[in-house]
Structure formats: structure tokens, C-alpha cells
Design a protein around this ligand. Structure first.
Ligand code: FRU
Length: 462
């Protein structure tokens, strides 16, 4: 799999479609795979939702609940789910034509189980831009219209429609702002509450050109008036600074709550990671919020609260001072994956959590006070020879200016997700150890003080 697609909440079910090529573990003719969940934690895979056809592969896109049947697809009072996606024509691409990506729609009247493609596809034809894809559609209530946010090479183009079938161009954003180390892909536009004020968030995925090389997700804060998005800052910001969170967007139809999830890989090596049965996974779902820090407002992400349903009894360690290295296994027992770790420090001093096995392989997650940076170091994490950039130490700025520091970690057999300072700095990284990481150690070069450490095993979701 790669990108999450068509994320929509409907009738108590979270739908997660995804870029999928069922015939192989390397990228190929894209379908929309489908999975469902009632709690964002336990997932069930469903039959493939959309297959490639004469218009091309089914590339990334979104889905909406068309409550007032603006599309006319509804029947007998059944509310249609409408998917809006890119048709990518591999023949046109091979012939080096410029217009091989167009936007199409499909609808479902049985809660996403089966889909009918619209006979009038494509609904938005390519105007002559070869990267013209990944439509994210939302309902804009003040003007009672649908708004499509589309990645158009090196900028975003906004379109609007009364019925999801007829689209008109509204405006463009981003040619001269933000990170441009690669092509813009998979955007998202939504608002978040900032102390009673509405702030618009524009997510733009970028490949390559991420802060730690390869694929990554930047965001802009600003205002949207139904036509134009205006950014309120010029600095470059990332939803996740790690190497392995890409193509992330949010669920639609979740009210004020905004839930984000990304693909846990990077196009630098996605097709060659040393896995067999599966390749690859998504991040854990994350709730997005606006948080004030310093003079600014930032997007923070934290694991959705539903994670508590799989959290086992906590082991709590309080007021621990340590120098050099402490073996946490002595206090918490053998590390069993997946697990969650929450550590609250009294101040901001150097530390590294060492996630290790007895084959000498390890991943370090920590904080470097001199640089004021968090880091994840997977240089000695196990299998890494499949790509020259894989064995590396990745860094992220500490955005919080609080004197106390805290981290939450979700550690699985092949990944770690770091949420520092209540999600102000986030990093995701994957790794491929030759033996399971059964050990957890804490390391400090000076002496460090932990106010509270909580460890809990996570029950399997399968
Ligand atoms: C991002 C992306 C999208 C595209 C899809 C194809 O990872 O390149 O832009 O729609 O993947 O699988």
C-alpha cells in the first residue's frame, strides 16, 4: 500500500481506503483498497473498492457524505458516499502526453461496500499540467458549495462545485511559499479552533524535499474565504519531521474533531524495504489541534484517545534520577511490542531512550539540549543495506518553549512514533531489526531527572 485515501466517517464507521496494488509488494496499477473501523484502533480489511479501468489507475483522493444529495446519486432516501479521485492514464504517461491525470468520481449507496463510477468521468479535465492530482473535497457551508483542494505540480489549485460533477477554478496558492524540493501531492484543507477563532490549515505533502530527505508533510496556517487561501506565516512547517510519515490527510465528516493518518514510509526506499508479507503500514491515527507556543500557533498531533482501549496496566516510575545508563527492563520487565511510553522530565537535559535487542541493534530516541533538537537514530537498527539513506540519524527542532519536557512514544516491532511536548514536535521512523527489540534502556551523558515514566503494553488489534 501507499497513501491513505477516501477517509470518511459515516454511520458510526471510519472508512480508510488506500493506494493498493494487490498483485505485488512493489508499486503498480493502483486500486483503492478498503478497511473499516468503529474505533480507529481495530481495523478490518474489506474487498477492494475501486479497480483501474479504461481511464487509468485509481490514484489518491477523498470521499464525502453527500447529505443533501447535491450529486443526485442518492436513491430511495439513501445518502450517497461520493469518492473523488485521480484517474492516472499509464498509456498517456508513456506517450509523454501532458494530460494523463484527470479527476473522476464514484458513489456508494451501501456504506462504502460497493462503488459505481460515474458515467460522465472525468469530471475535471487536465488543463495541461502533468502533475494534476489527489483531490481533497470538503463542503464549504458559508457558500453552500463543495471545495476541491488539488495538487498541481508546484502549487495548489482550488476548485468549487455545486454538485461534485461540475467544477470551476477558484484560485491558486503556493508557487512562492513553502518547501519546494519536490512535487506537491496529497493536499488537505480544513479549519481548526484557536480559542474560539477559526484558523484554516492547508496540508501539502511534498516528495522529495522533506526535512530529513525524501517524502514529508508540510502545513500552512491561514485564512480561507471560499475562494482564496492566504497564509499567515512564511516559515516552513512540518506535521511530522521523521522520515516515515507521508501522504497524510484527515478524515471527513468528523465534526470539529480532526483526525489525521499518514503512510509510514518514504518514496526513497518504499519499494525496497526488507519485508515480504506486507509492505507497508499507516501511522497510528492522530488528533490534530492548534497549540500556542512562543508568539506563534502550531499544529500539534497526538495519538487518538481511543488508544486507551488497548492499553494494558501501566507500570509507573516516579522521581527517578540517573546518570549514564539505566536498564528499564529491571523495572518494567521485558519490553513487549507494541507498547506505549510516556516520559515527563523535570527540565530539558540530554537523554536517549535505547530500544534494543541482544544482537547489538538499536534505535535511539532522544533530545539534544545544545541543538535544541529531538532525534531518532536508526543507524545501527538492523537491516539497512537496501538503501544508502536508510541508516541515519534524523533530527527535529523542539518547538515548545516550556522548561519541562515530555514525550510519548508508540513503539511497534518495526516502527516508532514520537510525540514530543504534547505533539508539538512529531517524528515517525521505521526499522528492520534482525531480532525483536526486547530491551529498553535510558541513557544520559550528564545526569537526568525523570518526574514520571509510564509504560504500558498495547494489546494486539488483530
Ligand atoms: C503520493 C502519490 C500520489 C498519487 C499516488 C499514486 O504518494 O504519488 O500523488 O496519487 O501516490 O500511488
Amino acid at each position: 500500500m501507499n497513501d491513505p485515501n477516501g477517509m470518511v466517517f459515516h454511520n458510526g464507521i471510519y472508512h480508510l481506503f488506500f493506494q493498493y496494488y494487490p498483485e505485488s509488494t512493489v508499486w503498480g496499477p493502483m486500486h483503492w483498497g478498503h478497511a473499516t473501523s468503529s474505533d480507529l484502533v481495530h481495523w478490518q480489511e474489506q474487498p477492494i473498492a475501486l479497480y483501474p479501468d479504461s481511464l487509468g489507475y485509481i490514484f489518491s483522493g477523498s470521499a464525502v457524505v453527500d447529505n443533501s444529495n447535491t450529486s443526485g446519486f442518492g436513491k430511495d432516501g439513501k445518502v450517497p458516499l461520493v469518492a473523488i479521485f485521480t484517474h492516472h492514464d499509464p498509456v498517456g504517461e508513456k506517450e509523454k502526453r501532458i494530460d494523463y491525470e484527470n479527476q473522476s468520481i464514484a458513489y456508494s449507496l451501501d456504506n462504502g461496500k460497493t462503488w459505481v463510477k460515474y458515467a460522465g468521468n472525468p469530471v475535471l479535465k487536465n488543463p495541461g499540467i502533468n502533475d494534476f492530482r489527489d483531490p481533497k473535497v470538503m463542503w464549504y457551508e458559508p457558500q453552500k458549495k463543495w471545495v476541491m483542494t488539488l495538487a498541481t505540480k508546484d502549487h495548489i489549485t482550488f476548485y468549487s462545485s455545486p454538485d461534485l460533477k461540475n467544477w470551476s477554478k477558484e484560485s491558486e496558492f503556493g508557487k512562492e511559499i513553502g518547501a519546494h524540493g519536490g512535487v506537491w501531492e496529497c493536499p488537505d484543507l480544513f479549519s481548526l479552533d484557536d480559542q474560539g477563532k477559526k484558523v484554516w490549515v492547508l496540508i501539502v505533502n511534498l516528495n522529495p524535499g522533506g526535512p530529513n530527505k525524501g517524502s514529508a508533510t508540510q502545513y500552512f496556517l491561514g485564512d480561507f474565504d471560499g475562494k482564496t487561501f492566504t497564509a499567515s506565516h512564511t516559515d516552513i512547517r512540518w506535521i511530522d519531521y521523521g522520515p516515515d510519515d507521508y501522504a497524510g490527510i484527515t478524515w471527513s465528516n468528523t465534526g470539529d474533531r480532526k483526525i489525521f493518518l499518514g503512510w509510514m514510509s518514504n518514496w526513497m526506499y518504499a519499494n525496497v524495504v526488507p519485508t515480504k508479507a506486507w509492505r507497508s503500514a499507516t501511522t497510528f491515527p492522530r488528533e490534530l489541534k492548534l497549540v500556542h507556543s512562543g508568539k506563534d500557533v502550531w499544529v500539534a498531533s497526538i495519538p487518538v484517545k481511543e488508544i486507551s482501549s488497548i492499553q494494558q496496566k501501566n507500570v509507573v516510575i516516579q522521581n527517578m534520577e540517573f546518570t549514564n545508563t539505566v536498564d528499564l527492563s529491571k523495572r518494567i520487565g521485558e519490553n513487549k511490542l507494541p507498547c506505549r511510553l510516556d516520559i515527563h522530565f523535570d527540565d530539558t537535559r540530554d537523554f536517549a531512550l535505547v530500544i534494543a535487542n541482544d544482537a547489538g541493534e538499536e534505535v535511539l530516541v532522544g533530545y539534544d539540549q545544545k541543538q535544541n533538537q529531538y532525534f531518532i537514530d536508526r543507524s545501527k537498527s538492523g537491516k539497512a543495506d537496501f538503501h544508502k539513506e536508510f541508516a541515519a540519524r534524523h533530527v527535529a527542532p523542539r518547538i515548545s518553549d516550556k522548561s519541562r519536557m515530555s514525550i510519548t512514544l508508540l513503539i511497534d516491532v518495526s516502527s516508532v512514533e514520537l510525540f514530543a511536548d504534547d505533539g508539538l514536535t512529531v517524528m515517525t521512523s521505521v526499522f528492520f531489526p534482525n531480532k525483536p527489540y526486547h530491551k529498553l534502556l535510558l541513557h544520559s551523558t550528564g545526569n537526568a531527572r525523570i518526574n514520571k515514566l509510564e509504560y504500558s503494553g498495547l494489546k494486539s488489534i488483530w
